[in-house]
Design a protein around this ligand. Structure first.
Ligand code: FMN
Length: 188
């Protein structure tokens, strides 16, 4: 298993700064390199710290639950904050360019609405390869049910003995390694 360091950025715990007047003024002063007042400096330092975590990453995985047909507003707030010229991207007046070293990002979407087999949009698990973890000590979903789901979907499955329902928090290294494997093998 490759050794993985996981930095979890939970948008709900980050106390993301508002994208308010100070943030907007800081953004333009940051690009122009002009002096900022205290409020602008404060928000700009927070933005730089968030950006630094994206820049440090070799891989970025976004886990995104569907909320009201879209992604949660906190994620949009994060995107607004970190999408800064000359930090995560370049713009020369004509072209945009990337500044992250990640070869690709992976986004995992979940939704609460059912995936019935006779829906006009059939569930992807029927035809697309999938990877799955049985959390051996899951007390929210019975591990036998997990095994059944994964067998039905012909998922590449691993089992983590003693792992809780929040397996991504209790066993982040194994989860990250499986995501890495999934990303490698589903490149085509
Ligand atoms: C405020 C809110 C809005 C949501 N809106 C949708 C929605 O529009 N469609 C949907 O399929 N699920 C919706 N959900 C369910 C989430 O997608 C679901 O909670 C997510 O997949 C995570 O699964 P879990 O709650 O079982 O961990 C919503 C959940 C919340 C909290």
């Amino acid at each position: 298993m490759p050794s993985v360091t996981v930095d979890v950025m939970n948008v709900w715990d980050e106390r993301l700064p508002e994208f308010d007047n100070a943030a907007i003024d800081a953004k333009y002063k940051g690009v122009a390199g002009s002096a900022m007042n205290e409020a602008e400096t404060g928000v700009w330092n927070r933005i730089k710290a968030l950006v630094a975590r994206f820049k440090q990453a070799d891989r970025i995985v976004l886990g995104v639950p569907m909320w009201n047909f879209a992604y949660p507003y906190k994620l949009k707030q994060l995107i607004d904050l970190v999408s800064q010229r000359n930090m995560l991207f370049t713009f020369d007046g004509e072209r945009f360019g990337p500044l992250l070293k990640t070869p690709r990002a992976m986004v995992i979407y979940t939704r609460g609405q059912e995936y019935r087999e006779d829906l006009p949009t059939p569930p992807s698990w029927k035809t697309k390869p999938s990877w799955a973890i049985v959390a051996g000590a899951d007390r929210i979903i019975n591990p036998d049910l997990e095994r059944w789901y994964y067998a039905r979907a012909h998922s590449h499955t691993i089992e983590l003995e003693g792992a809780s329902h929040s397996v991504y928090e209790s066993r982040p290294k194994e989860v990250a390694a499986l995501i890495e494997e999934a990303a490698q093998k589903s490149q085509n």
